[in-house]
Design a protein around this ligand. Structure first.
Ligand code: ZN
Length: 216
């Protein structure tokens, strides 16, 4: 009976001990695996988040940089094209007011003391001051007896130039402009058959044919 009891006690011990040893191992392994995989996920999530945040920041920085650059570029272009020192200064030599556009649909004559440079694709393109001077009339809206939106420059040397049917003018009466400066955009305001520039010029208050002085 004693040996039998001892064996029984040994068996009970083994049965009791074996699961006790095995059970901590399994949870530990699975816990490790879980910890490892969750730490990997955490790491990759953190990395992904960081990368996304960084690239978003970079993108928005790049975008605002680009915007700032293009703003600066257009500003500096304007500044370069129109040095303040040249504003109001007439050279006596003229530039063509709508570079690249030379299609004249109506020339200078008794009933039309102007040239009409018309083309549908001109709508919205810049109109340049043919020379430096001072704005003496600026109508930013209205029919204005058919002229529509228009601007007139006194070049101070006997010449005046007059630009009609604009979509928009960029200066007001009294402003000084430089030779070649963008003063307006081609439109179809007032009495006109389409988009274009009706240009008049005077020499000592007498109409002249713009083509007699402009490079054409
Ligand atoms: Zn005309």
């Amino acid at each position: 009976m004693r040996r039998g009891l001892w064996l029984a006690m040994v068996l009970v011990f083994i049965l009791a001990t074996t699961p006790a040893i095995a059970s901590p191992d399994q949870p530990t392994e699975s816990a490790d695996t879980g910890t490892t995989s969750s730490s990997v996920i955490m790491t990759s999530k953190t990395t992904t988040t960081t990368t996304t945040a960084t690239s978003t920041t970079t993108t928005s920085t790049a975008t605002s940089t680009t915007t700032a650059t293009s703003t600066t570029t257009s500003k500096s272009k304007t500044t370069t094209a129109t040095p303040a020192a040249d504003r109001g200064v007439a050279t006596g030599k003229f530039v063509w007011p709508v570079p690249g556009w030379t299609h004249i649909v109506q020339g200078y004559g008794d009933y039309h003391p102007a040239i009409d440079i018309y083309e549908n694709a001109m709508l919205g393109t810049p109109i340049l001051a043919v020379d430096g001077g001072t704005v003496i009339i600026a109508k930013s809206s209205g029919y204005n007896n058919g002229a529509g939106t228009y601007i007139q420059i006194d070049h101070g040397n006997g010449y005046r130039s007059h630009y009609c049917h604009c979509s928009e003018i960029l200066f007001s009466t009294g402003d000084q402009v430089a030779k070649g400066e963008v003063i307006a955009y081609v439109g179809q305001s007032g009495n006109t058959s389409g988009p274009g520039l009706h240009l008049e010029m005077w020499k000592n208050d007498v109409h002249i044919n713009p083509l007699s002085v402009l490079p054409y």
